[in-house]
Write a protein that binds this ligand. Structure first.
Ligand code: GCU
Length: 682
């Protein structure tokens, strides 16, 4: 039964017999590559597994082109043309794209490259598994070239902000012997078009680069390769000055010192010897105690270029993180961590090597329940960018609360930054389209572990699934994606689809309502584990996630006229919208403005009454998830039914803890009564 979790949405559960009696299935699969490490070979095996599972039909796989009708051919366009002759109307495909066409039992799944062919096979299987036998002839290419997941795995096997068990890659300082789960992970990632896994934590341990571990990385890459998934590596900037790596320390890590350049060049060669198709590096530098170029008075671009140059001959890229900030002093009304990324990176635009991508968290702080779009996306024109999302629900209930994240992500992906007063949707900036870059990326911190549900919760997997779908094409509806996931993960019973849709679509609004509303970021415990309510933890420390709440008023003034001036980091139209309290949407009011608790919102409510009401509404909503889930009894397997029921019951209770903690805290602070008399009378 663990298979239900491990296979995620790739279950290929049998369809009810009557539903496909009219469909003619292919009698053979021809996969145009016989090498077992090739994604095309994998595609053949996967298709056979799918036919077996979904229809109970054994279809054999061969690797030689034949003209027989009623067969499914999968391969690259090039290989196909070698055997079958020039295609007349082959579409233009980008890297990793595919072209799918089916007519009765004759099916062609052709990729621009091998990986594209595998993606096409997964797409076709997804249709079949959902009982969709429509005739298709369409081409699809990914919007962003780099579709990466980041694992924050430590060498000792723990995972920073991981809620699904220990690492599937590392244990006791070494790469684990049994990499079965790593291969399984690559399979589910390939099925959603993810092409790279950064396997180690951004707070990187240098011993990942020991001689033995570099060999181990080679083994990880070997199990990824049949799925077209590449390995990426987080680096520790100070590695040349630290013992424990394959190359002895040299006493400095100054990025402009020729010895350091040579050290990284040699290290990069060693890594490519073991992992010839490595995708590249991920670098967190000068952030939260991590070493970086600023230590030597060098620039962040000097730091990024240090890694970019040795990667160039190998086609690798550097994902350089924009998450750089300093601790600040709360007594300074103008201090603002939200400004840090633009302050650090804006002037470096144009100074990066061509294979550097700046990886930017979706908002300017840190994966909060609601943030405005990071203004850095509107301040880099010559440098490609990637958006960083977080599937791991760090501040968002840590997989113990159901929070379906794509509606939150879409507020950023679809946000129009109006650069030079022209349409500038974030999704068109990261795809490279808006500023003409070939590179660009969509990245998520995922943090799966050894738990058989991967993330620690069955329902949380909708976020991983949707991440991949949106990285491929961000112009999709979160609810449509969700429903594909439900049908594949559970089944197509209308009650199942409707109930899980309802809960999931209500889950982010519910969580926002009971955890942190009106753009106050979060009221969770930011000092310890980022879990549960602790409103006071925002204050009196340098993390600058201040609410600035007191007896009379609340909110960060980020206007230019009277506050931190953060609003001015946006292009004119957006700046004007946020600078002016009348045009600032309620849901970001306290992000941009400091107001009295009795200030009236656009909704007509006062701020404090909104707080009270939202906390009751949100927790009431979370209570309804239990009976909604209970409608599924007998309609899905008992094991997953019970597991999720337990979690939803917990969430219902914990949402009350949230509600009471927050409303009492602000009631005590303001002494303003709740209009409905619910707060403070007990
Ligand atoms: C958050 C998170 C850290 C992480 C950091 C990062 O602050 O809590 O665990 O290291 O982000 O993204 O680098």
């Amino acid at each position: 039964a663990a298979e239900n979790g491990l296979n995620a949405w790739l279950r290929y559960a049998p369809l009810p017999r009557g539903t496909y009696s009219h469909v003619s299935l292919p009698s053979d699969i021809i996969a145009l590559n016989s090498s077992q490490t090739s994604p095309v070979y994998t595609a053949g095996q996967e298709l056979a597994k799918g036919f077996e599972g979904i229809f109970g039909k054994h279809v054999s796989v061969s690797h030689k082109a034949s003209k027989a009708s009623s067969c499914l051919v999968v391969g690259t366009i090039d290989e196909y043309e070698k055997s079958y002759g020039k295609l007349k109307n082959a579409p233009e495909l980008k890297d990793d794209g595919y072209w799918l066409s089916n007519k009765g039992s004759t099916i062609q799944i052709l990729g621009q490259n091998e990986r594209g062919a595998l993606y096409g096979a997964f797409q076709y299987l997804s249709m079949l598994a959902q009982g969709d036998f429509s005739k298709v002839a369409y081409a699809s290419s990914p919007a962003t070239a780099a579709r990466w997941v980041n694992q924050w795995d430590n060498m000792d096997g723990s995972i920073e902000r991981g809620y699904g068990g220990a690492s599937i890659f590392f244990s006791n300082g070494l790469v684990v012997d049994d990499l079965t789960r790593a291969g399984d992970y690559a399979r589910i990632l390939a099925s959603i078009g993810v092409n790279t896994v950064v396997v180690n934590n951004v707070n990187a341990n240098v011993t990942t680069l020991s001689t033995e571990n570099i060999k181990g990385l080679g083994r990880i890459a070997d199990v990824f390769r049949p799925y077209g998934v590449q390995l990426g590596l987080s680096l520790n900037f100070a590695a040349p000055n630290t013992s424990g790596t394959a190359i002895p320390p040299i006493g400095t890590y100054d990025p402009l010192d020729p010895k350091v350049v040579a050290w990284w060049t040699n290290m990069t060669e060693l890594i490519y010897d073991a992992v010839p198709d490595m995708a590249g590096y991920l670098v967190k530098a000068d952030s939260e105690g991590q070493p970086g170029p600023l230590v030597y008075n060098r620039t962040l671009s000097d730091g990024a270029n240090l890694f970019a140059r040795p990667l160039q001959p190998h086609g690798g890229i550097v994902m350089f993180r924009a998450f750089v900030y300093n601790l600040l002093n709360e007594s300074d009304w103008k201090a603002d961590r939200a400004k840090a990324a633009v302050d650090f990176f804006k002037d470096l635009d144009g100074k990066f090597e061509d294979n550097v991508v700046i990886q930017i968290k979706f908002g300017p702080i840190d994966f909060q329940v609601r943030e405005p779009t990071s203004p850095l996306f509107a301040n880099l024109f010559k440098t490609p960018t990637a958006i960083e999302l977080e599937v791991a629900q760090e501040y968002l209930g840590q997989q113990c609360h159901l929070v379906y994240l794509p509606p939150l992500w879409k507020t950023v992906l679809d946000f129009d930054l109006r650069v030079q007063n022209k349409p500038s949707l974030v999704r068109n900036i990261i795809s490279g389209e808006r500023f003409n870059h070939k590179l660009g990326g969509t990245v998520a911190v995922v943090n799966v572990g050894t738990n058989t549900t991967w993330l620690g919760s069955h329902l949380a997997m909708s976020n991983l699934y949707a991440f991949g779908r949106l990285a491929w094409n961000a112009d999709q509806d979160p609810q449509d994606i969700l429903q594909d996931w439900i049908r594949l993960t559970f089944n197509g019973n209308p009650t199942v689809v409707d109930s899980i849709t309802q809960m999931s679509m209500e889950s982010w609004p519910a969580y926002e309502n009971y955890s942190g509303n009106l753009g106050i970021q979060t009221l969770t415990d930011i000092l310890f584990n980022h879990y549960g309510p602790r409103a006071a933890s925002q204050e009196l420390n340098g993390y600058a996630q201040w609410t600035r709440a007191d007896h009379d008023s609340v909110g960060m003034d980020r206007t230019l006229k009277n506050g931190t001036g953060y609003s001015r980091q946006y292009p004119d139209e957006i700046y004007n919208m946020y600078e002016n309290i009348d045009t600032t949407p309620d849901n970001l009011l306290l992000w941009f403005h400091h107001v009295n608790w009795t200030h009236q919102l656009h909704s007509g409510k006062t701020v404090i009454q909104h707080f009270y009401d939202a906390h009751y509404d949100g927790s009431n909503m979370a209570q309804t998830f239990v009976p909604t889930w209970e409608t599924l009894k007998g309609k899905i397997d008992n094991e997953r039914y019970n597991d999720v029921l337990f979690r939803q019951t917990y969430q219902a209770g914990h949402s009350l803890v949230w509600r009471d903690s927050i409303v009492n805290y602000f009631h005590n602070m303001t002494s303003i009564p709740d209009k409905h008399g619910r707060v403070g009378n007990h």
